[in-house]
Design a protein around this ligand. Structure first.
Ligand SMILES: Cc1ncc(COP(=O)(O)O)c(C=O)c1O
Length: 377
């Protein structure tokens, strides 16, 4: 697959590229990739469009089967069709998880830095946010939980833990013993865990495997809401097709009730693309992972010589978390923009002084960004 092919996204209403339209700033911020989706997905979309009729559409049974087969094959996880709740986005799923667990005035626990909606959704749903910092244990061990601090932060009104697995922005793939500790804490304090696993097929370290939280411990599955989507892996974010997996019927009913009359169904092209993606041969994805590893290697080398910037080398995702506190401890982003590179602001993730770089782009673009950043090195 040719991930070096130039595809001009300017003029395509791309959120990522339009932010800096008219400025010489390379957009390496919001989390989509600059690559075309797999040929099988494009072919399925063309075929569906050629049909020409775009009426109200239910989730195809064949898509549910494709997801079941994919989850079984890749994670050894058996999903029942009833457990699925279709959503136009995982972000809606985070909001709905907050709404469907406990009530207004209850608290939601999470760990920072984290994908910004984790920090916004509790407030938007009249819940209190409790954010506990992850700990950076240095170049070898990386970002880690402080389980004692996490447990100490639980209050009598805490009902929900929002987990990012793998974690955006630090790129950690939580392993089984870490997940088991989280499950123990959740059981001791009667918490539901909403596990956002949207990045779970973008594991860059060959020896790592994704373990869905709900698969780890079958007894605990009834306390979980897992959020999934094909949008990161196969670059389909604009098609808005996501789903929640909620094994426990009462929790699922509460989640559905919170959606009623407000959350629209997935659009039919989203279903079409999702099914083709989950049924794809896997060759495109293997090539993508190889390409992203190459980009990650480029970053690793460039940052290894840096005196001022420190890179967290991600185990998963195409997102790199950069400590830029030596540039500006509160807001380093403008220094990067001034050199022509647009990144995501660590403040939005709950950690000022950091920036996030999206390396889901052509290698020559990434090289050009690094060339521009030389003065900050
Ligand atoms: C952890 C995480 N969850 C959810 C999303 C967005 O999901 P959606 O576009 O389906 O709302 C992102 C996008 O960056 C993400 O990183």
């Amino acid at each position: 697959m040719d991930f070096d092919r130039v595809i001009d996204r300017l003029g395509s209403s791309s959120t990522k590229w339009d932010r800096y339209a008219g400025h010489d700033i390379l957009p390496l911020w919001v989390a989509d990739m600059d690559f075309a989706s797999p040929p099988s997905v494009l072919a399925a979309l063309h075929k569906r469009i050629d049909h020409g009729v775009f009426g109200y559409t239910d989730p195809p049974a064949s898509l549910v089967e494709a997801i079941q087969a994919y989850a079984r094959r890749h994670y050894g996880w058996s999903i029942e069709p009833d457990w699925l709740v279709w959503l136009p986005g995982v972000v809606q799923g985070l909001n709905l998880a907050c709404r469907s667990v406990g009530q207004a005035g209850d608290a939601v626990l999470t760990a920072t830095p984290v994908y910004p909606p984790f920090l916004r959704m509790p407030g938007l749903t009249q819940r209190e946010l409790i954010a506990v910092p992850l700990v950076n244990r240095g170049p070898n061990r990386g970002w880690d939980w402080d389980f004692a601090a996490l447990e100490a932060a639980v209050t009598p009104r805490t009902r929900l833990l929002l987990l990012c697995h793998p974690h955006n922005p630090v790129g950690r793939v939580w392993h089984e013993d870490e997940l088991a500790c989280l499950v123990e804490i959740a059981r001791r304090h009667d918490l539901i865990v909403c596990s956002d696993e949207i990045h779970c097929d973008l594991l860059l370290d060959p020896d790592l495997r994704h373990v869905p939280l709900a698969r780890l411990n079958p007894d605990f599955a009834q306390y979980t809401i897992t959020l999934l989507a094909p949008s990161k892996t196969w670059n389909l974010a604009g098609l808005g097709c996501s789903f929640a997996v909620i094994p426990e019927p009462a929790l699922r009913r509460r989640f559905r009730r919170a959606m009623a009359g407000l959350v629209p169904p997935v659009n039919l092209l989203g279903y079409t693309a999702a099914e083709a993606a989950y049924r794809d041969t896997g060759v495109w994805l293997a090539d993508l992972i190889e390409y992203l590893r190459g980009n990650r290697e480029l970053l690793r080398e460039w940052f290894s010589d840096s005196r001022r910037l420190r890179l967290t080398v991600p185990q998963a995702t195409y997102l790199a978390w950069i400590d830029a506190r030596t540039i500006d401890a509160k807001n380093p982003l403008p220094f990067f923009e001034a050199l022509g590179v647009g990144l995501s602001d660590g403040r939005d993730f709950g950690l000022p002084g950091y920036v996030r770089l999206n390396f889901g782009c052509r290698r020559d673009l990434l090289k050009e960004a690094l060339r521009r950043l030389e003065p900050l090195r």
